[in-house]
Design a protein around this ligand. Structure first.
Ligand code: EPZ
Length: 421
């Protein structure tokens, strides 16, 4: 099993290119199921989760070609298997995103229930409830969601909780339903907007994406299109935190500050100087860190508030900031597993339910730690970059799911990091 070996203490400096957004690419790949034509995607990130999704879609009969620049072309003319088996779904929960497209286009789907994961139980009841509202008959049989529908009908759906993939699944299903669907209390994440823009380029009729009310007027069929995946705002935020924690100065390209207001505000409160450069076909974000960060408290909430996917990274920077920070996690019930690992590096963190109190310490010291989930792994990398001495991070397959070439990109910024087998 691969591990990452980090020698801490080097302020990051230089320029790094941000990849396409994992959480935009995953639903957009599933949109390929909605059309018998060819959907061509660019700026697709080279990640384990993307490979897993392409494998699943290929097994269903989607004709997929990938070029050397990770450009992806998918043709949905011959989808002969409308199933997502447990073996695939258990390795990647986002497989649930094939459900809406399959029911909408073929009137049937058999998708394994994702089951829980490290950060929480993560039910999919809202996905199911929304499809039932559109007329799908859904049974749960032997751990599988078995869905059937003549043709989905437009419906008014109120989401009890803001759900990113729930909104995405139902928006895709509604594209081919008969009549209009209104999704209320919809997720407003930028990745939902990117998916909507891709669907509209395929001929879907969608308005309101990015607000909490999305209207979709169903059409008979969708055609092919070309779409460029948006930049990964969480990867962007992660590198900003790494530079902030190490007292460095970095420039991120192929990304945008547009979707990171809450994160950038907090990094500025912590004492960082952040600016962005904009030109017609280029945007970059520059961060200059202070000598010593000031502690910043955060409370995770749905977009546009502070993203839960940046919570672990901020716990790492608060570990070495001056002062006390309070982090409140309101989205997932078990997303503090990085805390005990950070404590092994010398962090002073007290967990009380969904609240963590972090007292900044003068320094962290290297140790062997274990990654538990994707963003927890990122927080351990940030802490390892700061800690005195050597940090060895185990189970970094979690990292490879969501960060493209992380050790290469960090090495470009001067980090002393290498992958050991
Ligand atoms: C998406 O997960 C992201 N994944 C997650 O990113 C992200 O943390 C999360 O949104 C929140 O922003 C992808 O986009 C592939 P939710 P998702 O449905 O859609 C509850 C990462 O690190 N809920 O918005 O699964 C749920 O339990 C990953 O890249 C229900 O109760 O999250 C949670 O408490 C981790 N019933 C809350 O809603 C449902 O049917 C938000 O979950 C659905 C969700």
């Amino acid at each position: 099993m691969d591990k990452l070996l980090i020698q801490g203490g080097v302020p990051l400096s230089g320029e790094v290119r941000i990849s396409g957004a994992k959480n935009a690419a995953l639903p957009i790949l599933c949109a390929g199921l909605l059309s018998a034509d060819t959907l061509t995607l660019s700026n697709v990130p080279h990640l384990r989760d993307i490979t897993t999704m392409l494998t699943l879609l290929g097994q269903m009969g989607l004709y997929v070609t990938v070029d050397e620049k990770m450009g992806v072309a998918m043709n949905g003319a011959n989808i002969d298997k409308r199933e997502a088996p447990y073996e695939m779904v258990k390795t990647m929960r986002a497989s649930i995103l094939v459900l809406g497209p399959l029911v909408a286009r073929f009137g049937e789907a058999r998708v394994s229930l994702p089951g829980g994961c490290a950060i929480g139980s993560r039910p999919v009841d809202l996905h199911i409830k929304g499809l039932q509202a559109m007329g799908a008959h859904i049974d749960i049989e032997h751990g599988y969601i078995v869905a059937r529908a003549e043709r989905l009908k437009g419906a008014r759906i109120f989401m009890d909780m803001v759900s990113v993939t729930g909104t995405e699944n139902l928006m895709m299903a509604a594209c081919l339903a008969d009549g209009e669907t209104v999704i209320e209390n919809a997720a407003r994440e930028p990745e939902v907007v990117d998916l909507a823009q891709c669907l509209v380029s395929m001929g879907a009729q969608i308005s309101g994406a990015g607000t909490d009310v999305i209207r979709i007027r169903g059409v008979e069929k969708l055609h092919g299109a070309n779409h460029r995946i948006m930049p990964d705002r969480i990867e962007t935020g992660t590198y900003l935190c790494a530079a902030a924690a190490t007292g460095g100065e970095i420039r991120l390209i192929n990304t945008s500050a547009a979707y990171l207001d809450s994160v950038i505000d907090k990094l500025m409160d912590a004492g960082c100087d952040i600016s962005s450069e904009k030109s017609p076909n280029h945007e970059a974000i520059i961060l200059r860190a202070p000598k010593k960060l000031s502690a910043v408290s955060i409370r995770t909430s749905p977009y546009p508030a502070f993203p839960t996917d940046m919570q672990a990274q901020f716990m790492a920077i608060n570990a070495v900031a001056s002062g006390t920070a309070i982090i409140r996690e309101t989205i997932f019930e078990n997303r503090f597993m990085h805390a005990v690992e950070l404590q092994r590096l010398g962090a002073n963190i007290r967990i009380d339910g969904n609240q963590a109190v972090i007292e900044g310490v003068a320094k962290l010291t290297g140790a062997t730690v274990m990654a538990t989930d994707l963003r927890a792994s990122a927080s351990l990398v940030i802490a390892g970059l700061v800690a005195e001495g050597e940090t060895l991070i185990d189970r970094i397959y979690h990292l490879d799911r969501g960060y493209e070439c992380i050790e290469e990109k960090l090495s470009q910024l001067g980090a002393r990091i290498k992958r050991v087998h």
